[in-house]
Write a protein that binds this ligand. Structure first.
Ligand code: AP5
Length: 215
């Protein structure tokens, strides 16, 4: 199964992507995680991406298309993948369709996570993430230990108030049009577009996600 998770920052794509990946037994690919690992490792790609990410701007399409192409060709992604935040512009959506076609695969569905801005700001303002495995937490202080891997929880630089405001603006301006693009594709027989109400306890949202994908 190939799924795209689309939604504003803080909607729960990472949280639900990890749960769905575990449930379906297929990997999750999150460009945000790939890029943060590159920044941490100080690679050329990471050094180029850091300033965009810290401000909450999108990293250029060419970088994302490169990551997408390389990752999807890996054998571990051959049986399906959950693409978390991998598609944020129309050129990226077009690029993904091209890459999958070249590989003889296709997208099954686009899950769109809906949540109001006030809730997104509340979640991102209270989030800490593991600096090692990237698991997000709510209500845990920076410096405490990750219960999954023992890494240290940190606050992301792009969870500062100014960067959050910018990310929400960027979502409306550059990512919302992707939804319209997928709607047109759906009308032409492309992947289903399914909206998920992302408000409510994590387990409730998880049950909506599973129902949406027929699990
Ligand atoms: P990325 O890391 O993907 O950030 P994002 O899209 O802004 O998404 P977030 O990780 O902030 O939120 P999420 O929806 O995953 O929510 P989460 O599950 O963590 O990307 C970072 C940057 O990388 C981008 O800004 C850009 O610069 C670059 N980038 C990445 N991909 C790119 C691309 N394709 N093109 C260009 N640039 C790209 O949940 C948030 C919080 O809420 C957590 O604390 C969680 O515990 C909590 N939570 C989750 N669900 C619930 C719930 N139901 N109720 C209450 N709390 C909840």
């Amino acid at each position: 199964m190939h799924l795209v998770l689309l939604g504003p920052p803080g909607a729960g794509k990472g949280t639900q992507g990890a749960r769905l990946a575990a449930h379906l037994g297929i990997p999750q690919l999150a460009t945000g995680d790939v890029l943060r690992a590159a920044v941490r490792d100080g690679t050329k790609q990471g050094r180029a991406a850091k300033a965009y990410m810290d401000r909450g701007d999108l990293v250029p399409d060419a970088v994302i298309l490169g990551i997408m192409k390389e990752a999807l060709a890996k054998p571990e992604h051959a049986g399906g993948v959950i693409l978390d935040g991998v598609v944020r512009t129309v050129p990226q959506a077009e690029g993904l369709a091209r890459v999958l076609e070249e590989l003889g695969r296709q997208l099954d569905a686009v899950l769109v996570f809906d949540a109001a801005d006030e809730e997104l700001v509340r979640r991102l303002g209270g989030r800490t993430v593991c600096d090692s495995c990237q698991t997000p937490y709510m209500g845990r202080e920076p410096g405490t230990k990750c219960e999954k891997c023992g890494g240290t929880l940190i606050r992301r630089k792009d969870d500062e108030p100014e960067a959050i405001r910018n990310r929400l603006r960027v979502f409306q301006e550059q990512t919302a049009p992707v939804l319209q693009w997928y709607r047109v594709q759906e009308e032409m027989g492309g992947p289903r577009v399914i909206h998920i109400n992302a408000i409510g306890p994590v387990e409730l949202v998880e049950s909506r996600v599973r129902k949406a994908v027929g699990e």
